[in-house]
Design a protein around this ligand. Structure first.
Ligand code: GLY
Length: 344
């Protein structure tokens, strides 16, 4: 090739190379800060977390603030306004985990408004990971938390009164009922979700994962657990590796749905391990859901589990057993609700 031709070719390919380079750079870019959370009720939760993330605060503070926000909702299935167990008692589960694999949790705690903050105190002030029941409540009170009234919220009382007519424990698929959420319709009945004024619904579990400007990951989960459960039942939400797992080298994951199925497969730990093997967050969640379905397909058809994950690049994804699992994302690029893919 003579010099003239070479220069001509160079002039033609230069823009192409620049485009390829900038495309590669874009692919390589990390989205941070970013917060993702389960369900459409994650939108206000993300907004709260974002106040901290956007001011260069830590992912740990952000996820706690997000969880506190939804625990404050009086007619919500997550905090003290949630549905009680079969004995009419609201018991709350929560956990939190940071980028050093520090973690804390409370399970079956009663009459404490912010279990996520008690979980953080367990993480920061004790050599333990999980406190349960009366011991968790005692620890909370010793650390300045107020013992709240044990009166059920109006919605919870109505649902419980209705449930007592049959007293039948049965997890309901998509209690969240996404089509109704989209239509902004109010549902009736004991398993109907509550609705915020903006038309979004609230659900039995709030799990969120955030990455801060430094690239550190943290996560938190808070829930009143399955409505009308046996007194003393603990779901996946406060179990590290089931309802939440964070590995700052790889990524983080959280879950929502029937906790027993998530515990059986150490669900979020499994999702993170799949990401370690190189799977995208969405594929990692899919493979964990497949594990549940493979074990007992007939049973899986009767229940819902959704996983939500983020990797160190701020890429995220979700997968569920059934249609209807949605999640919320907030970053500098977006602020929206996504529908998860599903298997059955
Ligand atoms: N995923 C919430 C629970 O099973 O309690």
């Amino acid at each position: 090739m003579n010099r003239r031709k070479f220069l001509q070719l160079g002039a033609l390919t230069a823009p192409l190379l620049t485009t390829t380079k900038s495309f590669a750079k874009k692919l390589d870019q990390t989205t941070k800060p970013i917060v993702i959370s389960t369900w459409d009720s994650g939108m206000p939760v993300n907004a709260e977390a974002w106040k901290i993330l956007s001011a260069s605060g830590s992912a740990l503070d952000a996820v706690e603030a997000g969880a506190i926000h939804i625990e404050n909702e009086i007619n919500c299935c997550v905090g003290l306004g949630g549905y009680p167990d079969r004995d009419g008692i609201v018991t709350l589960d929560s956990c939190i985990m940071d980028h050093h694999a520090n973690c804390g949790a409370v399970a079956g705690i009663e009459r404490i408004k912010h279990p996520v903050s008690v979980a953080r105190k367990v993480m920061e002030k004790t050599p333990h990971v999980i406190l349960v029941g009366a011991g968790a409540q005692q620890f909370a009170i010793e650390n300045g938390f107020i013992l709240e009234s044990n009166t059920l919220s109006n919605d919870a009382q109505n649902a419980y009164t209705e449930w007592l007519k049959k007293s039948e424990y049965k997890p309901v698929i998509n209690i969240e009922n996404q089509p109704a959420v989209q239509a902004g319709k109010k549902q009736n009945g004991p398993f109907a979700p509550n609705f915020f004024e903006d038309g979004t619904a609230n659900h039995d579990t709030m799990g969120l994962v955030a990455m801060d400007v430094k690239g550190n990951l943290s996560g938190a989960v808070t829930t009143s657990g399955m409505a009308f459960k046996l007194h003393g039942r603990v779901g996946d939400s406060p179990i590290i590796g089931a309802g939440l797992f964070v590995d700052n080298e790889i990524g983080a994951a959280t879950s929502s749905g029937t906790g027993e199925e998530v515990i059986r497969i150490c669900g979020t730990h499994l999702v993170v391990e799949f990401m370690r093997q190189g799977y995208s967050p969405e594929m990692a969640c899919k493979k964990a859901v497949e594990r549940i379905v493979k074990r007992d397909k007939a049973k899986a058809k009767t229940l819902q589990v959704g996983f939500l994950a983020m990797n160190k690049k701020g890429q995220y994804g979700a997968y569920a057993i059934q249609k209807g699992f949605v999640f919320s994302v907030k970053s500098n690029n977006e602020n929206q609700i996504h529908s998860s893919k599903y298997i059955l």
